[in-house]
Design a protein around this ligand. Structure first.
Ligand SMILES: Nc1ncnc2c1ncn2[C@@H]1O[C@H](COP(=O)(O)OP(=O)(O)OP(=O)(O)O)[C@@H](O)[C@H]1O
Ligand SMILES: [Mg+2]
Length: 224
């Protein structure tokens, strides 16, 4: 995963134009845990939305799995999003008509990675790892913010993606659960995956191999 001179302009050439990212170049390697930090409005969500193929840069190149994303067709992009990238949104986006367990299973229904039995088993194992197994049959409106957040993390891990991208995945959690999630993500990165996490919490620095600071859309510094 490599970004080369990425720029993102929202509402280009309109009165409310915002340059959210300026000249960002960065490489994300296998087996590493990256933290993205910076003030509110610095461009963190914009950056990881581009990395997660949720949005596109205005300028610059994004090389993914050795190919520039502009050369991938919509079918290839959809397959990568489903099978290779586990994305945790800042606002969870759980399906309110599905239980916690069904939400976790959902991404696995559109590929053939797991059969019915192993889907169930994997979903329950993930809910156990995140300590919300006993809430598996609850609907999102019956879950607390932190529980919803953990269901969203389990769902992102369901297809065993090699890239995990999370936007403040611990924003609603107590310190004990937050540490549990950073430890889980660290372990996953050590298994050879790329993990990229936006956080406002300094605690993440203990787990990250690299910390990227954004300030006003620019990569301000890169630690470790
Ligand atoms: N869809 C959009 N249209 C126009 N401007 C946007 C849009 N999304 C974000 N912005 C602007 O781009 C800038 C970067 O926003 P972004 O959401 O990336 O910040 P952030 O670092 O994630 O902030 P936070 O910590 O509050 O989540 C902000 O000034 C924001 O107002
Ligand atoms: Mg954000």
């Amino acid at each position: 995963m490599e970004l080369k001179n990425i720029e993102k302009i929202y509402e280009e050439n309109k009165p409310n134009e915002v340059t959210a990212l300026k000249n960002i170049s960065a490489k994300f390697e296998k087996g590493k845990f990256y933290a993205i930090m910076g003030r509110s409005g610095a461009g963190k969500t914009t950056l990881i939305n581009i990395l997660g193929l949720m949005d596109y840069p205005t300028k610059g190149k994004y090389i993914l799995n050795g190919r520039s994303i502009e050369n991938l067709n919509s079918k290839e992009l959809a397959k990568i999003r489903n099978e290779n990238i586990g994305f945790v949104f800042q606002s969870y986006y759980l399906d309110n008509l599905l239980t916690a367990k069904e939400n976790v299973i959902l991404p696995s229904l559109i590929n053939k990675k797991y059969d019915k039995m192993s889907r169930q088993k994997r979903a329950i194992d993930l809910l156990k790892k995140l300590d919300i197994e006993e809430r598996q049959n609850h609907y999102p409106n019956q879950l607390s913010g932190g529980e919803s957040q953990r269901v969203a993390i389990a769902r992102a891990l369901m297809n065993d993606p090699d890239k995990i991208i999370a936007d403040e995945p611990t924003g609603n959690l107590d310190t004990k659960n937050e540490i549990r999630i950073f430890e889980l993500l660290k372990k996953i990165s050590k298994e050879g995956k790329r993990v990229i996490v936006v956080s406002h919490n300094e605690l993440i620095k203990k787990y990250a191999d690299e910390v990227l600071y954004l300030e006003d859309g620019e990569l301000d510094c890169h630690e470790k």
